[in-house]
Structure formats: C-alpha cells, structure tokens
Design a protein around this ligand. Sequence first.
Ligand code: LLP
Length: 432
Amino acid sequence: MFVSENLTVNEKGRLAIGGVDTVELAENYGTPLYVMDEQMIRKNLRRFHESMQKFYDGKGLVCYASKAFSCMEMCRIVASEGDGLDVVSIGELYTALKAGFPVEKIGFHGNNKTDEELKFAVENNVGHIIVDNISELNRLEIIAADLNKKPDILFRIKPGIDAHTHNFVKTGQIDSKFGFALETGEAFTAVKEAINCKNLNLTGLHCHIGSQIFDISPFEEAARVMLAFIAKIRNELGYEIKGLNLGGGFGIKYLNSDDPQPFENYLEKVSKVINEECERLNISRPFIYIEPGRSVAAPAGITLYTVGARKEIPDIRTYISVDGGMADSPRYILYQSQYEAIVANKASQKRSERVTIAGKCCESGDLIGENMPLQHAETGDIIAVCATGAYNYSMSSNYNRLQKPAVVFVNNGEARIAVKRETLDDIIRNDV
Ligand code: LLP
C-alpha cells in the first residue's frame, strides 16, 4: 500500500515502521525526526551479499556506500552483516573507525583527497584507496614511502557510459570530475605509472556510472568496458588486475509509479556478463566489489514532521508547513526529487487532497514536494515522508541555524536513539 514495504497501519489507524507507532516516536523524540528501520537495512544488505554468493560464487564484497547515510550505529550494523564500507572523506572514515569497523574492509574514495586524508588512511591501514587522478597518485606514493607502507590501490576509471539519470548524479561519462578517462589514453598511462610505484600496490579498477539507475544494461556495459581494459593491461603490460569495483547506483522506489529492478537481478545479469567476457578475453574472473548506498538506506528510512500552518490560496494551492525543510531534506531543492507523504496519525484515511508541503526555511524553494496527494492535514498532525533514509541526514545542514534532527533506529517494535538531536549550544559550539 505504501511505497516502502516496512510501513504499515496499526490498530490505532496510525503509521508504523518496523512495528513502532510513528506518532509515539514523534511524541517521545520530537520532530523533525529521522527514523531508520534496522531490519530493513539488514534485509537490503543481505539481498546484495546473498546474490553475490548465489550468482558470483561469493567472490566479491558488498561495500555499503556510507555517503548515503553514515553514523556509528549504521557502521556497526554493516560490520555485523560482514559487509565492507565505502568512505569518501576523513569524516566518514573516522566515524567507521570509531565504530570499530574492520579497517581491511574499507575502501577510501574521493576525487580530491587532501594529504591529511591520505596520510590518515595509510596510517590506519585502510583496506584500499581508490585513486582518482595523477596528482593523488604522486602524493600518495610519497606519503606511503614516508610512512614505510605499501597500500593497496584501485584506480577510478570513467568508463564512458551515459546512464539515464539526473545530470548531477551521473558520473561515468567523459565530462566528469571523477576518475581517469579511458578514451584519451589517460587511464592507461596512469596504470603504467602506478605499476612502477614502489610503495603502491595496484590491485584493481573501479567505476561508478551514476545513481538512481533503473536499467541494468548500463551496468552490464560498464562491466564489459572495464574487463576489456583489464585484458588490455594484461596483454600490453603483462600485469594482472585482480579486483573490479563496479560502484553503486541501483534505483529504488520513491513513488508507487517507480519501477526499479529487484536488487538480485543486478548481480544475476552482471555476473553473467563478467563470466562470459572473462572467458572470451581469456582473463581470470576478478574479485568484485559493489557499492550500494541508496538502495540499502533509503527504503529503510522515513522523516517525521509536525504540521504548523495550513495556508489555502484559492485556485492556486494549499501549503502545509512543517517544522523542518531543506536543512534536513535537501533533495527537493537540489533535484526536485519526489517523495510519498502520509499523515501518520490519519494513515488509514484516504488521501483527499493535493498539497505543497513547505519547510520553515527562509527560501521559497524550500519545499518537501509539490502537488503531493495527502490526507487532510491540520496544525499538530504528524507527517511522514517515506524512503528518506539515504542522502537526507547525510546531506543535512544547519541552514538558518536550525538544529539537526535526531536519528532513531527501530528494530522489531523497539526504538533507540542513534544520533542525538542537536541542542542550541551545539549550534554555537565552534563560535568564538
Ligand atoms: N560509489 C560511488 C563511487 C559513488 O560516488 C556513489 C554515489 C555510490 C557508490 C553510491 O551510489 P548509490 O548506490 O547510493 O546510488 N546526493 C545524490 C546522490 C549522489 C550519489 C553520489 N555517489 C542524491 O541525493 O540523489
């Protein structure tokens, strides 16, 4: 009935997530509130790692992309599932290390890592570093030599694939700030250089073509392009690339009209391409990594708000204003992303009107969504926005000096706090 399968209506006619009444969550923890369903996170991770087992003989690692949603509790859950982690900054790496995440399963990304970040990663023996450009390669070689270490590295490659998704979340095409280009020969030259680096161990290649992709064919195409490059390196340089990271980007359902592929289909189809191509090119099957972020976290989360003002503008629209907005939910103002919303305390009622849900920030564009079907909402009602578990908390800000909301995890009917709500003193804690 709702867009995410962990949402139900309980005997009080209220929305429940993971068996917990959302109106009680709002009462107990306040709003705005991020709520994450632990069982759903685990289930999504398992769908990926079980299909790695089933379709690729377990010769791979699922590395959750923590940029989608990161906090220490999330890192602990991913670690307990035996999966790996993709981090993209010293902050995400620090969070993972403090949560006790097994360092050998962490891959460190970023198109412009600072020397401080590289040094921190090498000192802490991070599993591998995904090198984005020649400047980074050269700096990393010096840092590793200074520390007397030899970290494993992967190269981020632009496979030249144009995935059909929003321009801001495409990354695989040649005009992208990420990675080495294949077409220009840049990637091949860099591989030759890396092979000669005494303090670096080039173990693999990486590509990521974009995000919220519904089609599997661009992923299959990316795998083909990358394997052809692995074969070229073997044939022309006699060097064996053992690992292939195929990135993330699997689409999810934000609206009932969205029709993403089941996550299992992805590895089923891509593994088939890898097996066929490796045989054809006469190369060994690489160890593969995948980096799902959104598909793990988004469907597991909701955001709860309290309705303040209701403003009806005849023949134009009705604004329902809530106590959060673009500071905690920036995806509408960035990408006009669409979400399903539910009046949590009226969840059993029919959606009777179409409204614009507005935030409380001083910007006209600060909306949760427009033309959203909703139950009749009035002051004091609780609104749940669905499938907000990815790229909302992680992209939240303190715009207008708003305090960042708390994050609560629910698990089989129980709720616990994972990130505390910011206080007013948090807002000024670094002011002098
Ligand atoms: N691996 C790499 C190298 C990435 O850059 C990303 C996402 C992922 C994995 C995970 O992709 P996912 O499975 O979550 O699609 N802020 C945007 C999404 C940006 C994605 C950035 N990179 C949004 O809110 O839609």
